[in-house]
Design a protein around this ligand. Structure first.
Ligand code: GDP
Ligand code: MG
Length: 168
């Protein structure tokens, strides 16, 4: 079974929509195998967004620094979700990075609408609710960066025989 990292960003924590967004992942049968609230420091986010995510390399200093600043404003809720093709499934549900372009039905499309243009003009990062690992390699590195082995759990969900078929 595959694991992926999600992080409810300060905007979703402060808007009080974590529960309803999380419900979407539970409904499709993804299993929570780790979770915690925390307020990481600059270095933690530097490693997350550049060391692993190459955001500075891809988007430049200005967007990188404004993104880190927006993450540092408050606590976040990090989770490890498990399921069949969990990385791809979660990214599909989260939608594209720019809320303006994110389709209705996706989390970013349903809970935000801002364009890069508007965000960049205000000098702020684009508030898009949630972080999700982009691919399997990123997921593996991010999970190791955010969670220790002892913070993740194995258990059987009652719906697993329908939602996460395994060889028996
Ligand atoms: P993600 O994997 O879809 O979250 O996108 P990236 O890894 O490319 O970027 C990380 C985060 O930086 C995004 O979720 C946004 O919050 C922010 N971000 C990325 N690109 C831009 C941009 O062009 N403008 C602004 N304002 N923020 C951006
Ligand atoms: Mg990314």
């Amino acid at each position: 079974m595959e694991r992926t990292l999600i992080v409810f960003k300060p905007d979703s924590v402060q808007r009080g929509i974590v529960g309803e967004v999380l419900t979407r992942f539970e409904r499709v049968g993804l299993k929570i195998v780790g979770t915690k609230m925390l307020q990481p420091d600059y270095d933690h986010y530097h490693q997350h967004y550049e060391g692993i995510g190459t955001l500075k390399t891809r988007k430049g200093d200005e967007i990188f620094e404004s993104q880190l600043k927006s993450m540092l404003v408050g606590p976040v809720i990090a989770m490890v979700l498990e399921g069949v093709d969990a990385v791809e499934t979660v990214r599909k549900m989260v939608g594209s990075t720019e809320p303006k372009s994110a389709l209705p039905g996706t989390i970013r499309g349903d809970y935000a609408h801002v364009s890069y243009g508007a965000a960049n003009a205000s000098g702020k990062s684009v508030s898009n609710i949630i972080h999700a690992s982009a691919d399997a390699n990123e997921a593996e590195q991010e999970i190791a960066h955010w969670f220790s082995e002892s913070e993740m759990y194995d258990y059987e969900a009652v719906h697993e025989k329908f939602t996460q078929p395994k060889n028996s």
